[in-house]
Design a protein around this ligand. Structure first.
Ligand code: UD1
Ligand code: MG
Length: 483
C-alpha cells in the first residue's frame, strides 16, 4: 500500500502586485533566479502537486506575466485584478466563478524557494488535523515587514497582524505568516465576502479571514515550517540577490551529491535547468546557464561562462565564454576563447588561446590553437589553422562561407577571403591573403617576394646600436653582396 495521494483541488497564486520596491520596469515576478523567472519557480513547484485547477491572479504587467504563465503552466487560468485592493480582494476575484469544492492552496508569486515537498507536507498536516484553514508559518531571524502570528495560551492561532497595524509588543513576535495557506473552499468563500478594509492600508487583507473562520466555528491551525529560508519573499533587489544565493547553494548541493565536483560552490552559479553528469569538474567563478549540459569527465573553468552549451565527455573549457554551441568529446577550449552561436567542435578539436569562432564546424581533431577568428566556416578533420589566421567572412555588406578540407595546413597569419575553399591536404603559405580556391594538395602562396637591401642600416641609421651590432656581425655599407 502506497501513501494516500495528497488531495488538492485548487491552487491560487497571487501575482498582481506592483513590485514597487524592485524599482524596475519589469514586473517583479518576471525577474530571474537561476535562469528561471520567479513565477516560473513557483508555478513549477505548485504544478507538481497536481491541483485540479490552477488560477493565477495577475495585474501589474498583465500581458507579460500572463504570457509567462501560459508558457509554464498552459492550463492555468489567469484572473485579472484591475485594481490592487489587497490579497483578500485578489482571492475574492479568484474564487468568483469557481465551481470546484474541497481544498484550495493559496500562495504568493514572489516566493521562489518554496519546494513542492514542503507544500506536500503542509497539505498532509492540513488533512490530518481536518482543519478549515491552515497557515504555513516560519520563525524569521528578522520578522520586520511580515504579518505576525498571534497565538492564544493553548497555542492556537488567533489572528494575523500586519507589521503596519502591529503594536510594539506584537512586533516582537518572530513567528510570521509566510503567505501560504490551505482553506476549505466553501468556508473561505463565505469569509472572504465579509472582509472589511478597516486597516492602515485601506485594503482587504486575506489574513483577516482567520478570525472570521474561527468565529464561524471553523478549525484554524498555524503550521510552523522547519526551514524558514524556503518561505523568503522577494520585494526588492537585495532580497532577489539573497534568494538567488540560497537557490545557488541548493542547486550546487544537489549536483555535488550527484557526483559533480564543484571546487568552490560559493562562486559557481548553475542555472536550474542545467544538466551535469557525475565526475564532471567545475572550477571557481564559472556560470553555467540556460540549457547547458555537461558530460562526465569534462572540466569547466575557472572563470568560464557557458550559455546553452553542450559539452561532451572529457572536454575542457578554461577561462572562456561560449554561447549556443556544441563542444565534442575530448575537445579543448581556451584559455580566453569566445565561441559564439552555431560553433560545433567535433571530438578532439581545439579552440586555443584568444580564438573567436562563430557559426562554424571544426572537424574531428582539427586545431585552431592561437589568436584566430573563424566565422561561417566548415573545416574538415585533422587540419591545423596557423596562429593569427582570419576568416575574412564579411565584405562589408554580406557574410560569405569558407570551406576547408581534411588534413589542411593553413600557415600563420593567413587571410582567407570568403567565399573561398581549400582542398584536402592543401597548404597555405604564412602571411598569404588567399582570395582564390586552393586545390587539394596544392600550396597556396599569395604574398610578394622578399628582397633584402644590403647595408641599409649602416647607411641610413649610422651611429645607432643596430648599426653597431650589424658592423660587429661583419656587415658593411655597401649595397653589393660581399665577396
Ligand atoms: C503578505 C501578508 C503577510 C505575509 C506576507 C508574506 C496580507 C495582508 N499580508 O504581506 O501577512 O507575512 O505576505 O510574504 O496578505 N497581491 C495581489 N493583489 C493585491 C495585493 C497583493 O495579487 O491586491 C499579491 C502580490 O503580488 C504578492 C502577494 O499577493 O504576490 C502578497 O502581496 P504583498 O503586497 O507582497 O503582501 P505583503 O505585504 O508581503
Ligand atoms: Mg510580499
Amino acid at each position: 500500500m502506497g501513501k494516500a495521494p495528497l488531495k488538492l483541488d485548487v491552487a491560487i497564486v497571487l501575482a498582481a502586485g506592483e513590485g514597487t520596491r524592485m524599482k524596475s520596469q519589469t514586473p517583479k515576478v518576471l525577474h530571474y533566479i537561476a535562469g528561471k523567472t520567479i513565477i516560473d519557480h513557483v508555478l513549477t513547484e505548485v504544478s507538481k502537486l497536481n491541483p485540479e485547477q490552477l488560477r493565477v491572479v495577475v495585474g501589474a504587467g498583465r500581458e507579460a506575466v500572463e504570457a509567462q504563465v501560459k508558457q509554464i503552466a498552459p492550463k492555468a487560468i489567469p484572473v485579472f485584478q484591475a485594481e490592487r485592493n489587497g490579497t483578500g480582494h485578489a482571492v475574492q476575484l479568484a474564487l468568483a466563478d469557481l465551481k470546484i469544492t474541497g481544498t484550495v492552496l493559496i500562495c504568493a508569486g514572489d516566493t521562489p524557494l518554496l519546494r513542492s515537498e514542503t507544500l506536500g507536507e503542509f497539505i498532509a498536516a492540513h488533512h490530518k488535523s481536518e482543519n478549515t484553514v491552515s497557515v504555513l508559518t516560519a520563525e524569521f531571524p528578522d520578522p520586520t515587514g511580515y504579518g505576525r502570528i498571534l497565538r492564544n495560551e493553548a497555542g492556537e492561532i488567533v489572528a494575523i497582524v500586519e507589521e503596519r497595524d502591529a503594536s510594539d509588543e506584537i512586533k516582537l513576535i518572530d513567528e510570521i505568516n509566510t503567505g501560504v495557506y490551505l482553506f476549505d473552499i466553501a468556508a473561505l468563500a463565505k469569509s472572504v465576502a465579509n472582509l472589511k478594509s478597516n486597516n492602515s492600508q485601506g485594503e482587504l487583507y486575506l489574513t483577516d479571514v482567520i478570525a472570521d473562520i474561527k468565529a464561524a466555528g471553523g478549525r484554524a491551525a498555524a503550521v510552523l515550517s522547519n526551514d524558514y529560508s524556503e518561505t523568503l519573499g522577494i520585494n526588492d533587489r537585495a532580497q532577489l540577490a539573497e534568494c538567488a544565493a540560497i537557490m545557488r547553494d541548493r542547486i550546487n548541493y544537489d549536483h555535488m551529491l550527484n557526483g559533480v565536483e564543484i571546487i568552490d560552490p560559493t562562486t559557481t552559479w548553475i542555472d536550474a535547468n542545467v544538466k551535469i553528469s557525475a565526475d564532471a569538474k567545475i572550477f571557481p567563478e564559472s556560470w553555467l546557464a540556460g540549457t547547458t549540459s555537461i558530460a562526465a569527465h569534462a572540466i569547466i573553468g575557472p572563470r568560464t561562462t557557458l550559455m546553452n552549451v553542450t559539452v561532451a565527455s572529457g572536454a575542457s573549457v578554461i577561462e572562456s565564454n561560449c554561447v549556443d554551441c556544441e563542444i565534442g568529446s575530448d575537445a579543448k577550449v581556451g584559455p580566453y576563447s569566445y565561441l559564439r552561436a552555431g560553433t560545433k567542435l567535433a571530438a578532439g578539436a581545439k579552440a586555443g588561446a584568444y580564438v573567436e569562432i562563430k557559426n562554424s564546424t571544426i572537424g574531428e581533431g582539427t586545431k585552431v590553437p592561437h589568436l584566430s577568428y573563424v566565422g561561417d566556416a566548415e573545416i574538415g578533420s585533422g587540419s591545423n589553422i596557423g596562429a593569427a589566421t582570419v576568416f575574412v567572412n564579411y565584405d562589408g555588406v554580406e557574410k560569405h562561407k569558407t570551406k576547408i578540407g581534411n588534413e589542411v595546413r593553413i600557415g600563420s597569419d593567413t587571410m582567407l577571403v570568403a567565399p573561398v575553399s581549400i582542398g584536402d591536404g592543401a597548404y597555405t603559405a604564412a602571411g598569404s591573403v588567399i582570395t582564390d580556391d586552393v586545390p587539394a594538395g596544392a600550396m597556396g602562396v599569395a604574398r610578394s617576394k622578399q628582397r633584402n637591401i644590403l647595408g641599409w642600416v649602416l647607411r641610413k641609421r649610422s651611429g645607432t646600436k643596430s648599426a653597431q651590432a650589424a658592423k660587429a656581425a661583419g656587415a658593411n655599407e655597401s649595397s653589393e653582396q660581399g665577396s
